[in-house]
Design a protein around this ligand. Structure first.
Ligand SMILES: NC(=O)c1ccc[n+]([C@@H]2O[C@H](COP(=O)([O-])OP(=O)(O)OC[C@H]3O[C@@H](n4cnc5c(N)ncnc54)[C@H](O)[C@@H]3O)[C@@H](O)[C@H]2O)c1
Length: 274
């Protein structure tokens, strides 16, 4: 356990049945949060909830397709029925399956069904969860909402055009929430995530090396590093931060596009004098 900076707080984490969301659920529970583990994958959500309960925490697995308004509404009601309040919402769910990636390419080769799925799950899903959770936060006059975005949503890239557009829009959605409900005690922030290693989507070694060369840190991110940032934005330690997009990306978005190639050049010539 890591102290109790979220003691008694109720946190909803979407897409928490696996990947980064699962680690966020476990870490927030470790800080004392009562966690709703929300995912379209019920078995995954139940396994994560069981592991939290096994560690002495409190968790509720809720099967929800975040793109479906009726299911999201029912999920928020189930969490309120079980825990009585909602303090934290982390919109982490995204559709990243191999089939989705196969259709979400450059614009000329975009599969329109993949485009629509990305918008429905990533963007509409985040909006729907905010829509149905924020009213409970307004009653309390407090809450922290967070949205998972990506470098793809901030910088042009060669593929995943639908994913990228959905993530850019999510960053704006976060600012809308911050502006609209800030005076009622609700904060909203987006987390622009770099490459965080995830067993669910292993990446070819060559691609990983290209990405690592463009991170300023010695290593790519870990699920735990990301979960620690989510815990910080969820709790009162970050009470003056709202409307912000925090780049949790090992510096990936903070340098010139030529930096990795220049580093190789300087190493080859043995000097960085230009
Ligand atoms: N892993 C990274 O390097 C990375 C980088 C940038 C951004 N992100 C973002 O972080 C978040 C988590 O990424 P991840 O790598 O853990 O992905 P992941 O695919 O491992 O996890 C996504 C989760 O969302 C769930 N999900 C999918 N569709 C759903 C739906 N309709 N309703 C409810 N749940 C649904 C999946 O079942 C899964 O458990 C995503 O928003 C992703 O865009 C991740």
């Amino acid at each position: 356990m890591n102290g109790q900076k979220l003691a008694g707080r109720v946190a909803i984490i979407t897409g928490a049945g696996g990947g980064l969301g699962a680690e966020c659920a476990r870490v927030l529970a470790g800080h004392g949060a009562l966690v709703a583990v929300v995912d379209i994958n019920l078995a995954g959500a139940q396994a994560v909830a069981a592991s939290i309960i096994g560690q002495g925490g409190q968790a509720l697995a809720v099967q929800t397709d975040v793109s479906c308004e009726e299911e999201v509404k029912a999920m928020a009601a189930a969490v309120l029925a079980r825990f009585g309040r909602i303090d934290v919402l982390y919109n982490n769910a995204a559709i990243l399956s191999p089939e989705q990636r196969a259709g979400d390419l450059d614009v000329c080769n975009m599969d329109v069904a993949a485009w629509d799925r990305a918008m429905a799950v990533n963007l509409r899903g985040s909006m729907l969860c905010a829509k149905h959770v924020i009213p409970a936060m307004l009653l309390q006059q407090s809450g922290s909402v967070m949205f998972a975005t990506s470098g793809f949503g901030a910088q042009g890239d060669l593929t995943l055009s639908a994913y990228a557009a959905s993530k850019a829009a999510i960053a704006m959605l976060s600012k809308s929430v911050a502006a609209q409900y800030g005076k009622q005690g609700i904060r909203s922030n987006a987390i622009q995530i770099g490459l965080v290693e995830n067993d669910v989507h292993p990446m070819p070694a060559e691609l990983k090396k290209i990405l690592l060369d463009n991170h300023l840190t010695p290593a790519l991110g870990t699920p735990r590093q990301l979960a620690d940032i989510v815990a910080f934005l969820a709790c009162d330690e970050s009470s003056f931060i709202t409307g912000h997009t925090l780049a949790a990306d090992g510096g990936f978005s903070s340098h010139t596009p030529s930096m990795a190639a220049m580093r190789g050049f300087f190493e080859r010539v043995g000097s960085n004098r230009i």
